[in-house]
Design a protein around this ligand. Sequence first.
Ligand code: TYD
Length: 214
Amino acid sequence: MEKLKLASENRGRFIVMEGIDGSGKTTQIKMLAKKLAECGRKTYITAEPTQSVTGGLLRDALCGYTKRTACELAALFVIDRINHNVNPANGIKKLLLDGFDVICDRYYYSSLAYQGSETDFDWVKRMNIDCPEIMTPDICIFLDASPDLCIERISGERAVVEIYEKKATLERFRERYFQVFDMLKDTDNIAVVSSESSAEATADRVFAAVKTIL
Ligand code: TYD
């Protein structure tokens, strides 16, 4: 079946921000939204896991409160993602058609990198990529910083360190992300942006990449 595509000329742009924990996604998303707004564009920031019931189940599992298998997690992320795309109240599809640029903190690239390395990769890929109700973003920005720097940033600002936030794990997932990007290079528009310098310098590089799809 065909992927969900939006024909409208006036639709907003769907921008995904990815990166290992501590790569600076939260700061960069805010700075990008500000730059887009300064150009007169309507922007909407969203994230996965979402605020839905499924998103709550995912957060409980990620902080270790509930135990879930890798397949359970992968499937829950897909349910959360489908709802994120198509829910009629504030789903990504509706927002894009309403003219908003949607900036999403993590998307299926996270599932492929994280759940894909913990269970059958092809199954995780198929569930996400072949799902007609999961849209392909206009651009995915990968904020790239060394795991050492990410760990430094995480320990500085966060009280609860989640299960994925350990150095060896960060290294493994960074490599995994690059494998995923290589695999999707014919279908997805992916920009790798270094986030090791100042927030402002990174924000300029992010905006330069985003301008190519406006
Ligand atoms: P969260 O604290 O919401 O965001 P971040 O760490 O990016 O600031 O944590 C999201 C966690 O969810 C993160 O550890 C990665 C994980 N995750 C997956 O494993 N698969 C997915 O598909 C998504 C969207 C997130």
